[in-house]
Design a protein around this ligand. Structure first.
Ligand code: RUQ
Ligand code: CUA
Length: 673
């Protein structure tokens, strides 16, 4: 044993000791849930006491740790697509190193990439057209598919906050479309069609409302079921190419997570509030809820046959898929199912019980029989397996095993799918649970390498933990989350690394690097209709208060280095980066005007702002592009206009807002230390 190994093992021993107390909190949480009757049967209690600790063999730990290290200058084997939760962005990571490579602004403003109102007109307009919201809440980003594998064309992400879906093109890694989903306030589950390709992007709305939600159907009386009687949710299908909403299916209950099969027959969603409750007791009351399957070809036929209505002023066909419809089927699942995911062999969908310590394995072939009317919905259930407390999401290794996150138990449980089916059918000899691994802490989603494709690689698993507690240096009240890397290539899962991550990655897709095959690092200048050719830069007054400035940057020369205008002029900057060398981006920041462009090689960007203050204002490049980068700057010279009320320097742009110091005046430390 060398020194490092020894250190590691000592650390590990002391860690095991400490964890006994740390974990106290978790079992307390679980027991409270049991006491409240939320966990259903006694199986919850059994699972609570039955989680044996398992320490990682030292030799294995070092081997896995060595495997995750990507030496300086070397590349990762996988791209990770991470969601950014309420930051409204997506993130690109390299795996297994877990190094963050890029943040892609989607529903947010980003002043580094230059996206949104301070960044460029194009994205600002896109956000404006999509409702003008200043935020988004991204949970489920996914790569597009062709024939069941990632095809590298697009990524899609939803905004739970404002019911929108965005597309990110994966040649330039930029958001190129945002679609508002009509008739619903919030979409949560999102999944692209896997076969034959994407195709549709499906989105399930979570918050049930009256339809249309325009003030009618509001029951004025208190807390009773009459209130929500006329509330509904919809599963929407968006065309991933045109980004148009094609149809919506009205379903019972409120939907949570989504998935699609590997044959292009169905999309499916879990429902955690089948009785349309409005508070915790009423939402969690029914012992059995469901996974709803939507029969895609039947819906398409019904749309063609005109068997739909529309809601409010939306022209999108809405079909009735509530109980009794032949467009959907409702497969019973215990208890408040959360995640649902199809096995990479295409045979099963696994729904995770959340408030039941169980996963339900649904046979997709039998779902077909249910649609044919040959069997009852409950007969499509191939297995129910007790896995532990708080199962949320299951992913796969392609070797027949599922890995389920246990939120309350703070564990990852590995179990065998075929063995679970055998056990369910009465075979007492098989033990489907292969291993339980402690994770730190409270995992939500899991992600595994290529697991949601026909080519899972079964190498790495990420436990996306919602709490990190004591795992990292304290940084005030907002903790990072902890995405733990787990080696699943061997028989046993091996916890390999802790990775602090910024708020709040819900879910991730992990693709082999060759799947993202269209990546470009230099723009073709011809792509931009407003491209400014070097030598043609100019300043033009096009109206009484309207000036257009066409600029170019070729490191370290910015042209022009000054322009004149007048107070009250609306200025449009059109800036072409005419460097054609990869990795040579320029910035354009106009001091004191809330404007910063980021212009990549070959790219042209445009931004419009008001020159509302006489004086000399320097603009400068914000990206260290050259030894003479600091010299890459120029002046906007704004002439005084008699009678124009100039904005005073350093005035608060958000007039009437209390200042930060004003808000915190009762806390003497703030603003003084
Ligand atoms: S849901 S923690 Cu928003 Cu993805 Cu399961
Ligand atoms: Cu261009 Cu710095």
């Amino acid at each position: 044993m060398n020194k490092n190994e020894k250190d590691l093992s000592q650390e590990e021993d002391s860690q095991v000791q400490k964890e006994t107390t740390r974990r106290g909190f978790l079992s307390t949480m679980g027991k409270i849930a049991v006491a409240a009757g939320l966990l259903g049967s006694g199986a919850g209690v059994e699972a609570l006491s039955g989680c044996a600790r398992e320490s990682t063999p030292k030799s294995r730990l070092s081997a896995s740790t060595a495997k995750m290290i990507v030496p300086p200058g070397k590349w990762d084997k996988y791209y990770g697509l991470w969601s950014g939760g309420p930051t409204g962005e997506l993130r690109i990571l390299g795996l297994p190193s877990m190094r963050e490579l890029l943040r892609i602004p989607v529903f947010n403003t980003n002043t580094g990439i230059g996206y949104g109102p301070t960044g460029d007109n194009h994205s600002a307009k896109m956000l404006e057209d999509a409702g003008g919201y200043g935020l988004g809440d991204v949970h489920h980003p996914h790569f597009s598919f062709t024939k069941g594998d990632f095809d590298g064309r697009y990524a899609y992400a939803h905004d739970k906050a404002n019911g929108r879906i965005a597309r990110i093109r994966l040649d330039y890694f930029m958001t190129d479309a945002i679609t508002s989903i009509p008739n619903v306030p919030a979409v949560h589950g999102l999944y692209p069609q896997r076969y034959p390709k994407t195709g549709y992007v499906f989105a399930a709305s979570e918050f049930e409302t009256p339809m249309p939600n325009d003030g009618r159907d509001i029951v004025p009386t208190g807390n009773n079921a009459a209130q929500t009687k006329n509330y509904w949710t919809l599963i929407s299908a968006v065309d991933g190419e045109t980004m148009k909403v094609k149809w919506q299916v009205m379903v019972d209950g409120n939907q949570d997570n989504m998935d699609t099969d590997y044959k292009g027959l169905y999309c499916m969603a879990t429902c955690y509030n089948s009785s349309k409750g409005w508070n915790v007791p009423t939402m969690t009351k029914p012992p059995v809820m469901w996974a709803v399957f939507v029969n895609i070809s039947r819906v398409e036929a019904a749309v063609k046959a005109g068997k739909y209505k529309t809601i409010g002023d939306s022209p999108v066909p809405v079909l009735d898929g509530r109980h009794g419809s032949n467009l959907t089927t409702y497969i019973p699942v215990e208890k408040d199912p959360h995640g649902i995911s199809c096995t990479p062999d295409g045979k099963y969908a696994v729904a995770n019980g959340k408030l039941a310590p169980k996963v339900t394995v649904i046979d997709l072939k039998k779902v077909g029989d249910v649609f044919e009317g040959k069997i009852k919905p409950k007969d499509a259930v191939a297995a129910i397996l007790t896995v532990g407390v708080g199962p949320l999401h299951t992913v796969y290794d392609g070797r027949g095993n599922g890995y389920t996150t246990l939120f309350v138990d703070s564990q990852m449980v590995k179990w065998n799918i075929e063995d679970a089916i055998k056990a369910y059918n009465g075979d007492k000899k098989v033990k489907p649970i292969r291993q339980k691994l402690d994770v730190h802490y409270q995992p939500g989603h899991a992600a595994a390498t290529q697991e949601n494709t026909i080519h899972p690689t079964g190498e790495w698993l990420i436990s996306l933990n919602k709490f990190s507690k004591d795992r990292f240096l304290p940084v005030g009240p907002r903790f990072p989350e902890n995405d733990q890397l787990i080696d699943i290539s061997g028989k046993k899962m091996v916890l390999t690394a802790d990775n602090p991550v910024y708020i709040e990655p819900h879910q991730a897709d992990i693709a082999l690097v060759d799947r993202l095959k269209y990546i470009k690092q230099i723009f073709n200048p011809k792509y931009f209709a407003n491209h400014v050719e070097s030598g043609t830069e100019n300043v033009k007054r096009v109206g009484p208060h309207r000036v257009i400035v066409r600029l170019t940057g070729v490191a370290p020369i910015l042209t022009p280095v000054y322009f004149h205008c007048k107070e009250g002029d609306l200025i449009t900057i059109i800036y072409s980066n005419n460097d054609t060398v990869e990795n040579l981006s320029h910035g354009f920041l106009m001091t004191l005007h809330n404007v910063n462009l980021n212009i990549n090689p070959g790219e042209t960007k445009e931004i419009t702002f008001l020159a509302d203050r006489a004086g000399v204002h320097w603009y400068y490049c914000t990206i260290f592009c050259h030894a003479l980068h600091l010299e890459m700057r120029g002046r906007m010279i704004v002439e005084r206009v008699p009678g124009y009320k100039s904005r005073p320097i350093h005035s608060n742009r958000l007039k009437g807002e209390p200042s930060w110091n004003g808000l915190f005046k009762d806390f003497p430390g703030v603003g003084k230390a």
